[in-house]
Design a protein around this ligand. Structure first.
Ligand code: PLP
Length: 369
């Protein structure tokens, strides 16, 4: 049997390119604590993302968690359950209460028509997710946030390199959080970043990622340890050089999937939104069992039997996690529940051969009746 096809495969530079990048670290013995590579990646990301303010962190989760802490929020945060565990955990770990808004079934982002009704006098912020790289309803979220004086923090982990109406997705809301985890479009092995509007937030984040230390003799907040180290920053510098060509190769994979699966009865593909320059981060497919002739579970199992590992992403919903047993009512987010039971994300990465895409599609189509 041939090699397993996983849902993703991390982008890496050549070994030689990485060695050149880390050579100065061996000369300086400066391994972490905001060294030269950290500073360089920070500057290059500002240019690439078109932002003035960015703080680098150990991962996307700490980006979310420390951003909420830096804003000194209290009360309720409106978010969606159709996301990775991290989004909800960042809220709960800050002692805040998540209030789950449903998603709209077309692009899987927060349904702004249902958002306003969830606002109470305890609401302090909105934490929407740009799911699969689909950009949330920025203008409407902005309008609501301004009307009620709420902070907006985007989980932008899926949108690295994307623009909306020509503007980087790092520019929206009060802050946008990115993940540079190995599985993402752009990776620094592990890593993350926050892009933000108010420069004051940056100095608070800078302290929070280093235990709240302000000087040799002063600790001003109860921070964590979330500093990106020099080896991760060096990997980020290498991968950033190639990210545009990686996205271009993902596009070819995307187009082959669309060619093979678009228009098949009972399958729904993720549409590229108007005004969005996409990054082709994921390839989700919604399976409507009665029309297609096979359930998501059957397709998942059959792919697995053929050495193809797809993912039920996002399933289960975060508001049904065992960790939150009895706390949330999943019937309040029916669209999210419907999609989470039917979605499968197919293998998607720059190196994925088009012949393999064909094989994956053959297996999927063979599941019909
Ligand atoms: C990857 C991801 C995170 C967490 O990022 P890490 O770098 O793995 O900590 C948070 N939210 C979403 C939507 C993600 O995809």
């Amino acid at each position: 049997m041939s090699e397993q096809i996983l849902v993703t495969r991390s982008s890496i530079p050549t070994l030689e390119e990485y060695i050149e990048e880390i050579r100065p670290i061996f000369a300086s013995h400066w391994l972490t604590n905001m060294g030269a590579k950290h500073k360089q990646l920070q500057a290059e990301l500002c240019t690439y993302l078109g932002v003035e303010n960015i703080e680098l962190l150990t991962n996307g989760h700490m980006a979310l968690e420390l951003t909420l802490q830096a804003m000194n929020l209290q009360g309720e945060v409106i978010t969606t359950p159709f996301t990775f565990a991290s989004t909800t955990h960042a809220i709960v770990r800050n002692g805040l209460t998540p209030v789950f808004c449903d998603i709209n079934p077309d692009d899987f982002t927060i349904d702004t028509a249902k958002l306003e009704a969830l606002i109470t006098d305890r609401t302090c912020a909105i934490l929407p997710v740009h799911v699969y790289g689909n950009v949330c309803s920025i203008e409407e979220i902005d309008r609501i946030a301004r009307k009620y004086g709420l902070k907006v923090i985007y989980d932008a982990c899926h949108t690295f390199g994307e623009t909306y109406r020509g503007k980087s997705t790092a520019c929206f809301g009060d802050a946008s959080c990115f993940s540079f985890h190995a599985t993402k479009v752009f990776n620094s092995i592990e890593g993350g970043a926050v892009c933000f509007r108010d420069k004051k937030l940056g100095s608070i984040l800078y302290e929070l990622k280093n235990f709240g230390i302000r000087g040799p003799e002063d600790v001003v907040s109860v921070g964590a340890n979330a500093k990106m180290n020099e080896f991760c920053a060096a990997m980020g510098l290498c991968n950033l050089r190639h990210v545009d060509s990686e996205i271009a190769r993902r596009k070819a994979v995307y187009e082959r999937y669309v060619e093979r699966l678009d228009g098949v009865d009972g399958l729904r593909l993720n549409r590229i939104q108007e005004h969005v320059k996409p990054n082709y981060a994921y390839f989700p497919v919604i399976f409507e069992e009665k029309v297609f002739g096979a359930s998501r579970e059957e397709v998942f199992d059959k792919l697995g039997a053929n050495g193809i590992i797809a993912r039920k992403y996002f399933y289960p919903l975060t508001n049904t996690f065992t960790a939150f047993h009895g706390k949330f009512d999943v019937s309040l987010t029916p669209n999210a529940l419907h999609i989470s039971k039917r979605v499968l994300t197919l293998p998607m990465y720059a190196d994925l051969g088009l012949d393999v895409v064909d094989r994956i599609c053959d297996v999927i189509l063979s599941c019909r009746g």
